[in-house]
Design a protein around this ligand. Structure first.
Ligand code: ACO
Ligand code: OAA
Length: 370
């Protein structure tokens, strides 16, 4: 038995949800470029869960159910008020999702119908949790979701307490589409491993949130923004990046296990970053980002991944840095739950082997003689 570090190149499951073939990403066979251009996030959510694009009636039905579930139990809000105001936002999300499970009487109902219902609840409630905590930590009351609006609209509305600009809603919606699913990434794999023991959907999503939090995965978008903040201005980019490259340090937002010729989502986020910069009359973050890309791609051949330009996009939408990874989760919970449903449909426990590298044939020595 020989281990493959990081399971690189190992095909661990079959899936019909999303594919990455020759650098092209599709959800259920639809190219991400078309979905980013033409689909709303709710259409994508339906597509991921049910395998086909909804007609108007099916979409309206889904949107009504999302509206119905978007409020979270007051007990969960009360608990969040007890969390430290400086708590890590992904840790808050992880804890609040665990708490939601306690108030869902169907949490352990393993029927397909109950699980689809839980997927809708989780998709509807994650934005509410994140917006609520962002307000609670500032001593403000959470704002209830508004029926009849998209997830993108409602998240911005609940976060800021005012009607969001249409351009902001469009940008947020596109970012959600772009992050919704990505084959067997680390957090999706974590979700599938958890539910393959026939544990419940909430447990799968809690595992996934834990995996997404790390800076080598979803947490990279916050690390990118931290780097942009540290650099501070366009004229300091070159020095900063050159030092990092000379010291063989990682540049966050670059590289990818699967894409070696570039992440197809990055160009959409780059365009959004430029457009928002133009709209705000301040292109500095966009220009700093493109200069970083020139240097890192030029010297290391590494291309930006989905997390790189999303950092400047979210900042230009006025979102605090530590909500970037939770926003990734608002989108990716659609993919996680689609994969959980797929895992349940054709389940076998996931239990690979380890190549043992420790000592063998040890002689046991009683404690008094050690
Ligand atoms: C949504 C997402 O999860 S997208 C990924 C988000 N994560 C990041 O942006 C963090 C920065 N990037 C990375 O850490 C990595 O590229 C990962 C985790 C994305 C992929 O990791 P792996 O597939 O294991 O890549 P691996 O480490 O084998 O990289 C190959 C080589 O490129 C280097 N490399 C990879 N990424 C970077 C980077 N961002 N900066 C500098 N060098 C890098 C590695 O050091 C390695 O060099 P070596 O061959 O001299 O040792
Ligand atoms: O697929 C991966 O390894 C990481 C990624 O880009 C994602 O989860 O969107």
């Amino acid at each position: 038995m020989t281990a493959t570090k990081g399971l690189e190149g190992i095909v661990a499951t079959t899936s019909s949800i999303s594919s990455i073939i020759d650098g092209v990403l599709t959800y259920r066979g639809y190219n991400i470029d078309d979905l980013a251009e033409y689909a709303t996030f709710e259409e994508v959510v339906y597509l991921l869960w049910f395998g086909n694009l909804p007609n108007q009636d099916k979409l309206s039905e889904l949107r009504e159910r999302l509206d119905e579930y978007a409020a979270i139990p007051s007990a969960v809000i009360d608990q969040m008020k007890l969390y430290p105001s400086n708590a890590n936002t992904m840790a808050v999300l992880r804890s609040a999702i665990s708490a939601l499970a306690l108030y869902d009487v169907t949490a352990n109902d393993m029927s397909r119908e109950a699980n689809v219902d839980k997927a809708i609840k989780l998709q509807a409630q994650l934005p509410t949790i994140i917006a609520a905590f962002a307000r609670i930590r500032e001593g403000k009351e959470p704002i209830s979701p508004k029926a009849g609006h998209s997830i993108a609209y409602n998240f911005l509305y609940m976060l800021n307490g005012e009607e969001p600009e249409n351009s902001a809603v469009v940008a947020m919606d596109k970012a959600l589409v772009l992050h919704a699913d990505h084959e067997l990434n680390a957090s999706t794999f974590a979700a599938r491993v958890t539910v393959a023991t026939l544990s419940d959907m909430y447990s799968g999503v809690v595992s996934a949130v834990g995996a997404l939090k790390g800076p080598l995965h979803g947490g990279a978008n916050e690390a990118v923004m931290q780097m942009l903040e540290e650099i501070g201005s366009l004229n300091r980019v070159e020095d900063y990046i050159q030092h990092k490259l000379d010291d063989k340090e990682k540049i966050m937002g670059f590289g990818h296990r699967v894409y070696k010729n570039g992440d197809p989502r990055a160009k959409h986020l780059q365009k959004m970053s430029r457009e928002l910069g133009n709209m705000n009359g301040n292109l500095e973050l966009y220009e700093m980002s493109t200069r970083i890309e020139e240097l890192v791609t030029g010297q290391k051949g590494l291309k930006p991944n989905v997390d790189f330009y999303s950092a400047s996009v979210y900042t230009m939408l006025g979102i605090p840095r530590d909500l970037f990874t939770p926003i990734f989760a608002i989108s990716r919970v659609s993919g996680w739950t689609a994969h959980i449903l797929e895992q349940y449909e054709n389940n076998r426990i996931i239990r690979p082997r380890a190549e043992y590298t420790g000592p063998l044939s040890q002689l046991f020595i009683p404690i008094q003689e050690r």
